[in-house]
Design a protein around this ligand. Sequence first.
Ligand SMILES: Cc1cc2nc3c(=O)[nH]c(=O)nc-3n(C[C@H](O)[C@H](O)[C@H](O)COP(=O)(O)O)c2cc1C
Length: 404
Amino acid sequence: MKRSTRSAGAIALSAAMLLCSACGASEESTGSSVAVQSSTSEQITTGAAAQPLTSEAASADVMTMNVGGSSFSVALEDNETVTALKELLPANLDMSELNGNEKYCYLDTELPSAPEKVGSIAAGDVMLYGDNCLVVFYKSFKTSYSYTRIGHIDDNAELEKALGSGGAAVSFSLNENEDTQESDVLVAYFSRTGNTGKIAEYLIELTGADSYVINAAVPYSDDDIKYQDSGCRANKEQNDKSARPEIAEPIASIDSYDTILLGYPIWWGEEPRIIDTFLESYDFSDKTVIPFCTSASSGISASEANIKALVPIGEQPGGRRFAASAKKEDVSEWLDLLGVKKKITEYTAQDLRALSDFLLGKPVGAGLAGKQYDLDGDGAWTAFDLCLMRELVKAPKSAGAEEI
Ligand SMILES: Cc1cc2nc3c(=O)[nH]c(=O)nc-3n(C[C@H](O)[C@H](O)[C@H](O)COP(=O)(O)O)c2cc1C
């Protein structure tokens, strides 16, 4: 098994699976539970492993919400709810529709709340209902319900359209600050229905890469991607090799990155034309560009050939097509094959408590099963990982403790 070098002092403990279960923000309740991947930066103090709490989350007052290929800036409130929420970002949520005016998702993690009778809701409001129900409102109306304010999307003219009429795959992240660039790897991706976005989030979490979401200046509506309709926008664009849909908020520069992991869905066997817009907007001649995609069944090779032929690229190793159902382990294995460096997996204090319980032979609460706790991010637990965790939690040996 491949094992990366690690030092106890460098082990940060965080990152977990949240559960986002679909429940009504108000009196209604619908739907099933949906797994949500979130990379957190909660820090804990464990002797030698202590690290300062220097999360960039602590300073950002704007959160980015991506949905339906569109990006929205959420101006955040200054309160404890927001501080706790930031620690859960980035997060992909499958949000449910309610009452024709809001999308909501119950987080598995409860946030501090201070609900107030807000009286009226404004389109663009982002609120917390109860302790853990994140709600995005796309219509204005009067309400007798109580909420804790999280933030507001000022530029919300396209919000309703982007959220669509049913459930919506919505991702939330803190804004990238070019001054605080931490990686020479950039994950740049376009995702209209969230599948590619999920793979991208795994890549970001596993590598610690910076991220950039390629959004269309004119968002793709549900009708725009109804490929059964030969005249839909996506089909028209794919039939026109010269189509170059405009990008909303183009990234200022990619100069500081060596490697770009470029993600997209397959549209009619190829990359969406907006990927061509992206490629033609920057100089990739000294970059390594590694494509990845999701699709119903088509492979990545036609799009790889298109990308190679479109612009000069320094190096373009073979890319990878993922199914929408691909797991983090699949993505991790691909990174191993590519030789892209992965960061040490981080754990939340909650993870650590679960591990501590496990090591002490106590019943472990929900959340341990099926989760990856490998410290070197290679997708597997080893006795070494467990022993190290035992060191970290300084768990006294008890009669019930399991021997590793
Ligand atoms: C306009 C359009 C064309 C598509 N063409 C193909 C295709 O040729 N082959 C395929 O396997 N899937 C095709 N799909 C399915 C998408 O590739 C697949 O659902 C993908 O995971 C969506 O990614 P996203 O959620 O990141 O947008 C197409 C989807 C759309 C909307």
